[in-house]
Design a binder for this molecule. Sequence first.
Ligand SMILES: [Zn+2]
Length: 308
Amino acid sequence: MVSINTHKVAAIFLKYQQEIDQYHKNAYKKLLQFKKTNRLKNSANKFLVKIIFQFSNRNFFTVDNREYDNLVKEIGAVPKLKKKFYGKQKQTYLKDEILNILNYKARRGDFFPKCFQILEIKSCVYCNSQLTISVEKEDSGISAKFQLDHYYPKDQYPYLSVALLNLYPVCAACNLSKSNNIVNFILYDDNFSNNFKFEIDKKTLSDFILDRKTDVIVNFKGDELFEKQFNINAIYKTQSDITEELITKSLIYSASYRRKLIENFSINKINDSLINRFILGNYSEPNEVHKRPMAKFMQDIGRDIGLV
Ligand SMILES: [Zn+2]
């Protein structure tokens, strides 16, 4: 729903450079080994050769998402190939082997959750209505309480399964709705001014202020397909109580009340952003939307009615 500035991702790559280089080196070595020991034929062999060639030129964990279109065109989708994989005849043999070589499962359990923690993503990047968090396990390690959506689906393009900029932490419902489709939203993008916005219907707003009974309508404006795919309007229709609370706050919280708040708390580090967060009951800055569910909805309404 809201993009993340890529400089944050670049900082992660820098911080874990050694680790990431090692992941890549291991995967590359295993790819070469796999090619040597499995004499694949035709399309499968061509596919593997293309991946190996691209792997020799770039690190697939850090590859820029502006390169994805070309890579996908160049390498293509994984061919179906029925062969034995861990004792079972599987048509997805080649895809499963590649995921295995990239050590996808392990990275899914350690490295990626760590990245999303640093990026402060705690809510579904599609609907922003559900938590997508990682928790510390009692014994050790991290347990990821979210599903990982691949912008370019891993079933077709397994070589992009470990590319961080291809990974979107999402809730189960959104992941199911999205399936293997491509969505018209890029999460890692420097352009924050995307077109997704919640807008309050002014007629129902004024009616509500007058009679305190009218249901205030909030519409999600933006990509129609995105709205339909994730049922955005239907999700947020259930949150009309939040809308009412925000409107009521906007009627109560005057400018002088706001000044008073700042005066009263001046001993601590109280700034405008924190006051807005307190008044809104959620994070108030556009680049903080991922920190808590419902933030985008509450921010847009809050701004629309002059609360923050
Ligand atoms: Zn979701």
